[in-house]
Design a binder for this molecule. Structure first.
Ligand SMILES: Nc1ncnc2c1ncn2[C@@H]1O[C@H](COP(=O)(O)OP(=O)(O)OP(=O)(O)O)[C@@H](O)[C@H]1O
Ligand SMILES: [Mg+2]
Length: 307
């Protein structure tokens, strides 16, 4: 029966048989999709896991505009190297520890986030000094291999002094524990890290660049045609479809995913059951993308004006 949906990849054919509501629900769920740049970034990250301890550990800055998929990549990396419980010792190993930068970039808030990521719940009112010591001990106990800090842009909201303290903290952790640190953030965050000459020397950079009208975009759209639970063959492999997608999304991964999701939901609701260049003409689809872009630019302008 599944051969009915021969235009879909075999593993995805069964979803096309679901009811409209179930297919819409499926479309809206989070799922990792293998993308060339994301996979290349993951290979870099994987390489850091097996890096032997040495005097100066290599660190990595994963940077790109908002919505390019940095958080998706570091979450995936964390999942692939998830915590393991050792039944013999009763201890957990955490090869990768993932920390979101706190909104206020103080040392105290940072160590609170780090200790929370290490499942340390009873923080009470510990001094920064105690938290630092505790974090060092726990990171060594869980045999951490790579520490990942996401959204390091938040550092920019701090005073110049707070920023310096944060950069010193990163340096301290990588030197003291002899582990690579990965920082994910935007271009502005990259510039901030580079202001510290010691760190600039240690950090390699991996940039996630916007999609262009090239082979990679064709492949991405072809894979959407093969995995979206639509019952008819989509026609996304046309110059018009590619140009339309790029014009509406500026090649930002997150916006492309949202546009395709919205267009696929509309195709299920109106019974067209396929996507082509015309699917992206509907203003209702493009509205959320435009407002998302407008609010992101507004945030940026406000951020720049802040003292
Ligand atoms: N590999 C992927 N698989 C599936 N969805 C993805 C992937 N990469 C990006 N996305 C989609 O793009 C959206 C934005 O990605 P993400 O949140 O990782 O961006 P970001 O670079 O961290 O942005 P910000 O700088 O604002 O934090 C995600 O919510 C997801 O829908
Ligand atoms: Mg993010």
């Amino acid at each position: 029966m599944s051969v009915l949906y021969g235009h879909l990849f075999p593993a995805y054919r069964e979803y096309a048989e679901l009811t409209d509501e179930a297919r819409i629900d499926w479309l809206r769920r989070d799922r990792w999709i293998s993308l060339p740049q994301a996979e290349a970034a993951l290979r870099h990250l994987d390489d850091l896991v097996i890096y032997p301890p040495r005097g100066r550990m290599p660190c990595l800055l994963l940077f790109g505009s908002t919505g390019m998929g940095k958080t998706e990549i570091v979450n995936r990396f964390f999942k692939l190297h998830g915590p393991e419980f050792d039944t013999a010792t009763g201890l957990s190993k955490m090869p990768v520890v993932l920390v979101q930068m706190p909104p206020e970039p103080s040392e105290e808030e940072f160590y609170t986030e780090l200790l929370t990521a290490l499942n340390c719940v009873e923080l009470g009112r510990l001094s920064v000094r105690t938290m630092r010591a505790e974090a060092r001990q726990l990171l060594a106990e869980v045999e951490i291999k790579v520490l990942v800090l996401d959204e390091i842009d938040k550092m920019l909201a701090g005073t110049p002094r707070q920023q310096r303290v944060f950069l010193n903290t990163i340096r301290f952790l990588t030197n003291d524990l002899k582990i690579p640190i990965v920082c994910a953030g935007t271009e502005d965050a990259r510039m901030a890290v580079l202001t510290d000459p010691n760190l600039a020397d240690r950090f390699g950079a991996f940039e996630l660049t916007a999609w262009h009208n090239d082979h990679a975009l064709r492949q991405l759209l072809a894979s959407f045609s093969g995995l979206l639970p639509l019952r008819r063959l989509s026609q996304l492999d046309t110059a018009e479809a590619r140009q339309r997608v790029l014009a509406l999304t500026q090649g930002v991964t997150g916006r492309i995913f949202r546009l395709i999701e919205a267009a696929a939901v509309a195709a299920i609701r109106d019974g067209r059951e396929m996507l082509n260049a015309e699917s992206f003409d509907d203003d209702d689809l493009t509205l959320p993308l435009v407002s998302m872009y407008a609010s992101a630019s507004k945030r940026k302008t406000v951020g720049r004006r802040a003292p």
